[in-house]
Design a protein around this ligand. Sequence first.
Ligand code: NAP
Length: 320
Amino acid sequence: MNPVALGVDKILETTVVGSFSRVGFALRSRLEAWIDPPSLAGQRVLITGATSGLGFAAAERLAGLGASVTIVARDETRARTSVSALRSRSHNERVDYLLADTSDLVAVRRVAETVAARGVLHVLIHNAGAISARRALSAQGYEMTVAAQLLGPFHLTRLLLASLATAPPGRVLTVSSGGMYSQPFDLATLEAPASDFDGVRAYARVKRAQLVLNREWIHHVTSRDVVFHAMHPGWVDTPGLAASLPRFYAVARPALRTPAQGADTLVWLAGARESSRSTGDFWLDRHPRFEHKVPWTRSRDPGRDQVMLWDWCVERTAAY
Ligand SMILES: NC(=O)c1ccc[n+]([C@@H]2O[C@H](COP(=O)([O-])OP(=O)(O)OC[C@H]3O[C@@H](n4cnc5c(N)ncnc54)[C@H](OP(=O)(O)O)[C@@H]3O)[C@@H](O)[C@H]2O)c1
Protein backbone atom coordinates (compact mmCIF):
# COMPACT_ATOMS: atom_id res chain seq x y z
CA MET A 1 0.00 0.00 0.00
CA ASN A 2 1.35 3.48 -0.76
CA PRO A 3 2.19 5.63 2.29
CA VAL A 4 -0.73 8.06 1.84
CA ALA A 5 -3.25 5.23 1.49
CA LEU A 6 -1.70 3.48 4.49
CA GLY A 7 -1.91 6.63 6.64
CA VAL A 8 -5.53 7.28 5.67
CA ASP A 9 -6.44 3.65 6.30
CA LYS A 10 -4.89 3.81 9.79
CA ILE A 11 -6.86 6.97 10.63
CA LEU A 12 -10.07 5.44 9.28
CA GLU A 13 -9.55 2.34 11.43
CA THR A 14 -9.51 4.46 14.59
CA THR A 15 -12.91 5.95 13.73
CA VAL A 16 -15.80 3.54 13.42
CA VAL A 17 -17.96 5.96 11.42
CA GLY A 18 -15.21 6.75 8.92
CA SER A 19 -14.24 3.14 8.48
CA PHE A 20 -17.67 1.49 8.30
CA SER A 21 -19.44 4.13 6.20
CA ARG A 22 -19.29 4.81 2.48
CA VAL A 23 -16.51 7.31 3.24
CA GLY A 24 -14.17 4.49 4.23
CA PHE A 25 -14.98 2.56 1.08
CA ALA A 26 -14.54 5.59 -1.19
CA LEU A 27 -11.23 6.67 0.31
CA ARG A 28 -9.68 3.22 0.45
CA SER A 29 -10.78 2.15 -3.00
CA ARG A 30 -9.53 5.36 -4.61
CA LEU A 31 -6.28 5.83 -2.71
CA GLU A 32 -5.32 2.18 -3.17
CA ALA A 33 -6.51 2.21 -6.79
CA TRP A 34 -8.40 -1.05 -6.42
CA ILE A 35 -8.76 -3.04 -9.59
CA ASP A 36 -11.58 -5.40 -10.48
CA PRO A 37 -11.50 -8.81 -8.74
CA PRO A 38 -10.06 -11.56 -10.95
CA SER A 39 -12.19 -13.55 -13.37
CA LEU A 40 -14.05 -16.48 -11.82
CA ALA A 41 -14.71 -18.29 -15.08
CA GLY A 42 -14.91 -22.02 -14.42
CA GLN A 43 -15.36 -21.54 -10.66
CA ARG A 44 -18.35 -22.89 -8.74
CA VAL A 45 -19.68 -20.76 -5.90
CA LEU A 46 -22.36 -21.57 -3.33
CA ILE A 47 -23.76 -18.57 -1.47
CA THR A 48 -26.48 -18.35 1.18
CA GLY A 49 -28.84 -15.42 1.61
CA ALA A 50 -28.63 -14.08 -1.93
CA THR A 51 -32.31 -13.15 -2.30
CA SER A 52 -31.67 -9.70 -0.85
CA GLY A 53 -29.13 -7.06 0.13
CA LEU A 54 -25.45 -7.95 0.27
CA GLY A 55 -25.88 -11.55 -0.82
CA PHE A 56 -27.78 -10.55 -3.95
CA ALA A 57 -25.17 -7.91 -4.81
CA ALA A 58 -22.36 -10.42 -4.23
CA ALA A 59 -24.06 -13.10 -6.34
CA GLU A 60 -24.60 -10.60 -9.16
CA ARG A 61 -20.92 -9.63 -9.16
CA LEU A 62 -19.71 -13.25 -8.84
CA ALA A 63 -21.86 -14.28 -11.79
CA GLY A 64 -20.67 -11.18 -13.67
CA LEU A 65 -17.10 -12.39 -13.15
CA GLY A 66 -18.03 -15.67 -14.82
CA ALA A 67 -18.65 -17.98 -11.86
CA SER A 68 -21.38 -20.62 -11.77
CA VAL A 69 -23.41 -19.47 -8.80
CA THR A 70 -25.83 -21.50 -6.71
CA ILE A 71 -27.82 -19.53 -4.20
CA VAL A 72 -29.26 -21.16 -1.10
CA ALA A 73 -32.62 -19.62 -0.23
CA ARG A 74 -35.42 -20.45 2.18
CA ASP A 75 -38.32 -19.24 0.05
CA GLU A 76 -38.92 -20.72 -3.39
CA THR A 77 -40.65 -17.70 -4.92
CA ARG A 78 -37.90 -15.35 -3.77
CA ALA A 79 -35.31 -17.83 -5.00
CA ARG A 80 -36.84 -18.02 -8.49
CA THR A 81 -37.21 -14.24 -8.76
CA SER A 82 -33.62 -13.72 -7.64
CA VAL A 83 -32.17 -16.30 -10.01
CA SER A 84 -33.99 -14.75 -12.93
CA ALA A 85 -32.80 -11.23 -11.96
CA LEU A 86 -29.24 -12.44 -11.39
CA ARG A 87 -29.11 -14.17 -14.78
CA SER A 88 -30.33 -11.15 -16.67
CA ARG A 89 -28.21 -8.60 -14.77
CA SER A 90 -25.00 -10.62 -15.00
CA HIS A 91 -25.60 -11.98 -18.52
CA ASN A 92 -24.68 -15.36 -17.09
CA GLU A 93 -27.18 -18.24 -17.27
CA ARG A 94 -25.16 -20.40 -14.86
CA VAL A 95 -27.08 -19.26 -11.80
CA ASP A 96 -29.45 -21.60 -9.97
CA TYR A 97 -30.89 -22.17 -6.52
CA LEU A 98 -31.29 -24.78 -3.81
CA LEU A 99 -33.78 -24.50 -1.00
CA ALA A 100 -32.88 -24.53 2.68
CA ASP A 101 -33.35 -22.47 5.76
CA THR A 102 -29.80 -22.30 7.07
CA SER A 103 -31.09 -22.91 10.59
CA ASP A 104 -32.49 -26.31 9.61
CA LEU A 105 -29.69 -28.86 9.83
CA VAL A 106 -31.61 -31.50 7.88
CA ALA A 107 -32.28 -29.10 5.01
CA VAL A 108 -28.64 -28.00 5.12
CA ARG A 109 -27.53 -31.62 4.74
CA ARG A 110 -29.82 -32.01 1.70
CA VAL A 111 -28.22 -28.97 0.08
CA ALA A 112 -24.74 -30.27 0.87
CA GLU A 113 -25.51 -33.66 -0.65
CA THR A 114 -26.83 -32.09 -3.84
CA VAL A 115 -23.79 -29.82 -4.14
CA ALA A 116 -21.33 -32.60 -3.33
CA ALA A 117 -22.89 -34.80 -6.01
CA ARG A 118 -22.02 -32.12 -8.59
CA GLY A 119 -18.30 -32.45 -7.81
CA VAL A 120 -15.89 -29.63 -7.15
CA LEU A 121 -16.92 -26.52 -5.19
CA HIS A 122 -14.46 -23.62 -5.31
CA VAL A 123 -16.07 -21.12 -2.94
CA LEU A 124 -18.62 -21.46 -0.14
CA ILE A 125 -20.06 -18.19 1.18
CA HIS A 126 -21.98 -17.99 4.43
CA ASN A 127 -23.86 -14.73 4.08
CA ALA A 128 -27.43 -15.44 5.27
CA GLY A 129 -28.11 -13.58 8.47
CA ALA A 130 -30.67 -11.57 10.37
CA ILE A 131 -31.44 -10.03 13.74
CA SER A 132 -34.40 -11.81 15.33
CA ALA A 133 -36.86 -9.52 17.09
CA ARG A 134 -38.10 -12.39 19.27
CA ARG A 135 -36.52 -15.57 20.48
CA ALA A 136 -37.46 -18.48 18.24
CA LEU A 137 -36.29 -22.05 17.92
CA SER A 138 -35.00 -23.85 14.83
CA ALA A 139 -36.38 -27.13 13.48
CA GLN A 140 -33.90 -28.96 15.72
CA GLY A 141 -34.73 -26.82 18.79
CA TYR A 142 -31.75 -24.43 18.85
CA GLU A 143 -32.08 -20.66 19.28
CA MET A 144 -32.60 -19.27 15.77
CA THR A 145 -29.68 -16.80 15.57
CA VAL A 146 -27.23 -19.48 16.65
CA ALA A 147 -28.83 -22.11 14.43
CA ALA A 148 -28.99 -20.01 11.24
CA GLN A 149 -25.65 -18.22 11.47
CA LEU A 150 -23.40 -20.64 13.33
CA LEU A 151 -24.63 -24.24 13.45
CA GLY A 152 -26.07 -24.36 9.91
CA PRO A 153 -22.93 -22.86 8.33
CA PHE A 154 -20.71 -25.14 10.43
CA HIS A 155 -22.68 -28.19 9.26
CA LEU A 156 -22.65 -27.09 5.62
CA THR A 157 -18.91 -26.46 5.70
CA ARG A 158 -18.13 -29.82 7.24
CA LEU A 159 -20.27 -31.66 4.73
CA LEU A 160 -18.66 -29.84 1.80
CA LEU A 161 -15.00 -30.03 2.81
CA ALA A 162 -14.18 -32.80 0.35
CA SER A 163 -15.78 -30.87 -2.53
CA LEU A 164 -13.88 -27.73 -1.51
CA ALA A 165 -10.59 -29.58 -1.35
CA THR A 166 -11.04 -31.02 -4.84
CA ALA A 167 -9.58 -27.89 -6.51
CA PRO A 168 -7.35 -26.57 -3.75
CA PRO A 169 -7.44 -24.27 -2.07
CA GLY A 170 -11.21 -24.11 -1.73
CA ARG A 171 -12.40 -20.99 0.05
CA VAL A 172 -14.92 -20.67 2.86
CA LEU A 173 -16.02 -17.08 3.43
CA THR A 174 -18.18 -15.89 6.31
CA VAL A 175 -19.99 -12.56 6.47
CA SER A 176 -19.70 -11.41 10.06
CA SER A 177 -20.53 -7.91 11.29
CA GLY A 178 -18.84 -4.93 12.88
CA GLY A 179 -21.52 -5.40 15.55
CA MET A 180 -19.38 -8.23 16.94
CA TYR A 181 -16.85 -5.64 18.19
CA SER A 182 -19.31 -4.93 21.02
CA GLN A 183 -19.29 -8.45 22.45
CA PRO A 184 -16.69 -10.82 23.89
CA PHE A 185 -16.94 -14.51 23.14
CA ASP A 186 -18.73 -16.39 25.91
CA LEU A 187 -20.00 -19.87 25.20
CA ALA A 188 -22.20 -19.81 28.31
CA THR A 189 -24.30 -16.91 26.97
CA LEU A 190 -24.16 -17.72 23.26
CA GLU A 191 -27.61 -19.31 23.22
CA ALA A 192 -29.58 -16.79 25.24
CA PRO A 193 -32.45 -18.11 27.36
CA ALA A 194 -36.00 -16.83 26.79
CA SER A 195 -35.84 -14.80 30.02
CA ASP A 196 -32.87 -12.77 28.79
CA PHE A 197 -33.24 -12.46 25.03
CA ASP A 198 -32.13 -9.37 23.19
CA GLY A 199 -32.01 -9.90 19.42
CA VAL A 200 -29.26 -7.36 18.71
CA ARG A 201 -27.05 -8.73 21.48
CA ALA A 202 -27.68 -12.34 20.41
CA TYR A 203 -26.73 -11.39 16.85
CA ALA A 204 -23.51 -9.64 17.93
CA ARG A 205 -22.51 -12.65 20.03
CA VAL A 206 -23.07 -15.03 17.15
CA LYS A 207 -21.12 -12.76 14.80
CA ARG A 208 -18.25 -12.84 17.34
CA ALA A 209 -18.53 -16.62 17.54
CA GLN A 210 -18.24 -16.82 13.75
CA LEU A 211 -14.75 -15.33 14.05
CA VAL A 212 -13.78 -17.77 16.79
CA LEU A 213 -14.88 -20.63 14.56
CA ASN A 214 -13.13 -19.12 11.53
CA ARG A 215 -9.86 -19.32 13.46
CA GLU A 216 -10.54 -22.85 14.69
CA TRP A 217 -11.28 -24.25 11.25
CA ILE A 218 -7.67 -23.76 10.20
CA HIS A 219 -6.59 -26.38 12.73
CA HIS A 220 -8.85 -28.99 11.17
CA VAL A 221 -8.02 -28.53 7.50
CA THR A 222 -4.69 -27.80 5.89
CA SER A 223 -4.54 -24.44 4.12
CA ARG A 224 -3.26 -26.26 1.07
CA ASP A 225 -6.77 -27.74 0.76
CA VAL A 226 -9.17 -25.11 2.09
CA VAL A 227 -8.74 -21.56 3.39
CA PHE A 228 -11.13 -19.78 5.73
CA HIS A 229 -11.83 -16.06 5.87
CA ALA A 230 -14.35 -13.90 7.66
CA MET A 231 -15.16 -10.33 6.71
CA HIS A 232 -17.46 -7.51 7.62
CA PRO A 233 -19.04 -5.29 5.04
CA GLY A 234 -19.26 -2.02 6.97
CA TRP A 235 -22.70 -0.38 7.22
CA VAL A 236 -24.73 -1.21 4.16
CA ASP A 237 -28.08 0.01 2.85
CA THR A 238 -30.02 -3.25 2.71
CA PRO A 239 -33.61 -4.32 3.43
CA GLY A 240 -32.26 -6.31 6.39
CA LEU A 241 -30.66 -3.30 8.04
CA ALA A 242 -33.74 -1.12 7.40
CA ALA A 243 -36.03 -3.73 8.97
CA SER A 244 -33.92 -4.72 11.95
CA LEU A 245 -32.45 -1.37 13.05
CA PRO A 246 -34.94 1.23 11.72
CA ARG A 247 -33.75 4.11 13.91
CA PHE A 248 -30.09 3.59 13.11
CA TYR A 249 -31.02 3.17 9.46
CA ALA A 250 -32.92 6.47 9.36
CA VAL A 251 -30.02 8.41 10.89
CA ALA A 252 -27.17 6.67 9.09
CA ARG A 253 -28.77 6.26 5.67
CA PRO A 254 -26.82 9.00 3.84
CA ALA A 255 -23.55 7.43 5.02
CA LEU A 256 -24.41 3.80 4.27
CA ARG A 257 -22.56 1.85 1.63
CA THR A 258 -24.41 0.50 -1.37
CA PRO A 259 -24.87 -3.31 -1.38
CA ALA A 260 -22.26 -3.55 -4.16
CA GLN A 261 -19.76 -1.61 -2.03
CA GLY A 262 -20.53 -3.77 1.00
CA ALA A 263 -20.07 -6.92 -1.08
CA ASP A 264 -16.81 -5.81 -2.69
CA THR A 265 -14.42 -7.47 -0.22
CA LEU A 266 -16.49 -10.65 -0.19
CA VAL A 267 -16.31 -10.96 -3.97
CA TRP A 268 -12.63 -10.04 -3.96
CA LEU A 269 -11.88 -12.73 -1.33
CA ALA A 270 -13.54 -15.30 -3.60
CA GLY A 271 -10.82 -14.92 -6.23
CA ALA A 272 -7.89 -12.87 -4.98
CA ARG A 273 -4.43 -14.39 -4.73
CA GLU A 274 -3.95 -12.76 -1.31
CA SER A 275 -6.81 -14.75 0.21
CA SER A 276 -5.61 -18.04 -1.23
CA ARG A 277 -2.25 -17.60 0.50
CA SER A 278 -3.52 -16.88 3.99
CA THR A 279 -6.20 -18.38 6.19
CA GLY A 280 -8.16 -17.57 9.34
CA ASP A 281 -8.20 -13.80 8.78
CA PHE A 282 -10.91 -11.20 9.30
CA TRP A 283 -11.23 -8.59 6.53
CA LEU A 284 -12.71 -5.21 5.80
CA ASP A 285 -12.06 -3.32 2.59
CA ARG A 286 -9.56 -5.85 1.19
CA HIS A 287 -7.29 -5.85 4.28
CA PRO A 288 -7.09 -8.10 7.33
CA ARG A 289 -8.28 -6.31 10.48
CA PHE A 290 -7.92 -6.68 14.22
CA GLU A 291 -10.78 -8.59 15.80
CA HIS A 292 -11.05 -6.29 18.83
CA LYS A 293 -11.57 -2.58 19.19
CA VAL A 294 -11.94 -2.48 22.98
CA PRO A 295 -9.82 -4.42 25.51
CA TRP A 296 -12.73 -5.99 27.36
CA THR A 297 -13.78 -8.16 24.43
CA ARG A 298 -10.38 -9.90 24.35
CA SER A 299 -10.25 -13.43 25.63
CA ARG A 300 -7.70 -14.65 28.15
CA ASP A 301 -7.43 -17.94 26.27
CA PRO A 302 -8.55 -17.68 22.63
CA GLY A 303 -7.31 -21.19 21.81
CA ARG A 304 -9.47 -22.69 24.54
CA ASP A 305 -12.52 -20.72 23.31
CA GLN A 306 -11.98 -22.09 19.83
CA VAL A 307 -11.79 -25.70 20.95
CA MET A 308 -14.81 -25.35 23.22
CA LEU A 309 -16.89 -23.77 20.46
CA TRP A 310 -15.80 -26.43 17.98
CA ASP A 311 -16.84 -29.24 20.33
CA TRP A 312 -20.12 -27.44 21.05
CA CYS A 313 -20.91 -27.20 17.33
CA VAL A 314 -19.96 -30.83 16.69
CA GLU A 315 -22.18 -31.98 19.56
CA ARG A 316 -25.18 -30.07 18.18
CA THR A 317 -24.82 -30.99 14.52
CA ALA A 318 -23.37 -34.52 14.45
CA ALA A 319 -26.74 -36.30 14.51
CA TYR A 320 -27.96 -34.51 11.39
N1 NAP B 1 -26.46 -4.48 6.12
C1 NAP B 1 -25.45 -4.25 6.96
O1 NAP B 1 -25.11 -3.10 7.27
C2 NAP B 1 -24.66 -5.40 7.52
C3 NAP B 1 -23.62 -5.09 8.38
C4 NAP B 1 -22.86 -6.14 8.92
C5 NAP B 1 -23.14 -7.43 8.56
N2 NAP B 1 -24.19 -7.71 7.73
C6 NAP B 1 -24.43 -9.12 7.41
O2 NAP B 1 -24.61 -9.26 6.02
C7 NAP B 1 -25.40 -10.42 5.75
C8 NAP B 1 -26.50 -10.04 4.79
O3 NAP B 1 -27.35 -9.09 5.42
P1 NAP B 1 -28.16 -7.99 4.63
O4 NAP B 1 -27.93 -6.71 5.34
O5 NAP B 1 -27.91 -8.10 3.18
O6 NAP B 1 -29.65 -8.44 5.00
P2 NAP B 1 -30.93 -8.81 4.09
O7 NAP B 1 -31.15 -7.78 3.07
O8 NAP B 1 -32.04 -9.05 5.07
O9 NAP B 1 -30.52 -10.17 3.43
C9 NAP B 1 -30.39 -11.31 4.24
C10 NAP B 1 -30.43 -12.54 3.39
O10 NAP B 1 -30.27 -13.69 4.23
C11 NAP B 1 -31.36 -14.56 4.03
N3 NAP B 1 -31.62 -15.29 5.26
C12 NAP B 1 -31.76 -14.80 6.52
N4 NAP B 1 -31.98 -15.79 7.38
C13 NAP B 1 -31.96 -16.94 6.67
C14 NAP B 1 -32.12 -18.29 7.00
N5 NAP B 1 -32.35 -18.68 8.26
N6 NAP B 1 -32.05 -19.21 6.01
C15 NAP B 1 -31.82 -18.84 4.74
N7 NAP B 1 -31.67 -17.57 4.36
C16 NAP B 1 -31.74 -16.63 5.31
C17 NAP B 1 -32.51 -13.69 3.61
O11 NAP B 1 -33.49 -14.47 2.98
P3 NAP B 1 -35.01 -13.97 2.78
O12 NAP B 1 -35.01 -13.17 1.51
O13 NAP B 1 -35.79 -15.23 2.69
O14 NAP B 1 -35.36 -13.15 3.98
C18 NAP B 1 -31.78 -12.74 2.67
O15 NAP B 1 -31.53 -13.34 1.43
C19 NAP B 1 -25.90 -10.91 7.11
O16 NAP B 1 -25.09 -11.98 7.55
C20 NAP B 1 -25.71 -9.71 8.01
O17 NAP B 1 -25.51 -10.08 9.33
C21 NAP B 1 -24.95 -6.72 7.20
